[in-house]
Design a protein around this ligand. Structure first.
Ligand SMILES: [Mg+2]
Length: 254
């Protein structure tokens, strides 16, 4: 942690990659070696590692995968056991499958990992129906609806990027004001609630763009270019406050 003064907590797809400028962003990171990076992604661990390697992005302080269902620490990607235990407590995929199998208009698409069940849902109204059914059965979940893709993902109730980020910052003893967030998608909404300064890139989904907070910058540039713009503004504003909330209690981040 020595030399690190601030941290970027960022989505990957559509934010860091996919809209050009990735090599410029890597250059930005190289010029700002005091900036730690936390990646928050819907990808699996393997897919996240693959894309970070491919573009040469910095070694993570931590990575939250599967929309925050899992957290890994540092270069060696050590799983956060406390977080994993909390996720397992209320995750019952077989029960969810059994309940939703019986619903007309909801078709099981597959399971991309232990934490993510995907369903085809063509009628938006059925998403409410699924929520009502699961709530009635006291099954707590996080539903992610991709309308354009007619895809409904069912994840553990605590699989949220914002919750994962708070856990990471707490364990690392990092002040929230030393953390800058970046995102583009529906699953980044809870990062943009105003607890952290941040940037929403130009290619963001409509619901994210509708977020209003005086500490969130709406960039006119897409993807990595928008992240560079937001980070540059933040750094220029003298955001480099002390990173650690206190020497005591800071996790070993080696
Ligand atoms: Mg994204």
């Amino acid at each position: 942690m020595n030399g690190l003064r601030r941290v970027l907590a960022t989505d990957i797809d559509g934010t860091l990659v996919g809209y050009g400028g990735e090599e410029h962003l890597v250059g930005f990171f190289e010029r700002h070696a005091d900036l730690a990076v936390i990646y928050l992604t819907g990808r699996t661990r393997h897919n996240a590692e693959t894309v970070l390697r491919r573009y040469g992005f910095p070694t993570p302080l931590a990575v939250a995968t599967e929309v925050g269902a899992e957290i890994y620490w540092g270069r060696h990607m050590v799983m956060d056991d406390i977080w994993a235990f909390q996720q397992r407590q209320d995750w019952s995929p077989r029960r969810i499958l059994h309940l939703l199998e019986a619903v007309d208009g909801v078709c099981y698409r597959g399971r991309s990992s232990h934490w993510r069940l995907a369903f085809d849902v063509h009628e938006p109204g059925m998403v409410k129906e699924v929520r009502r059914l699961l709530t009635g059965e006291r099954v707590a979940v996080h539903l992610l609806w991709e309308e354009a893709d007619h895809r409904l993902d069912v994840l553990p109730a605590k699989a949220h990027k914002g919750l994962a980020l708070n856990h990471i910052l707490n364990r690392a003893g990092i002040r929230s004001r030393a953390c800058f967030v970046a995102g583009n998608g529906e699953n980044d909404r809870d990062l943009m609630q105003g607890h952290f300064p941040g940037v929403i890139v130009a290619n963001a989904c409509h619901r994210l763009k509708a977020s209003t907070s005086e500490v969130i910058w709406h960039s006119s540039r897409p993807g990595a270019y928008g992240v560079i713009e937001g980070l540059t503004r933040w750094c220029d504003q003298g955001a480099a406050k002390p990173l650690l909330a206190g020497a005591e209690g800071a996790a070993d981040l080696a």
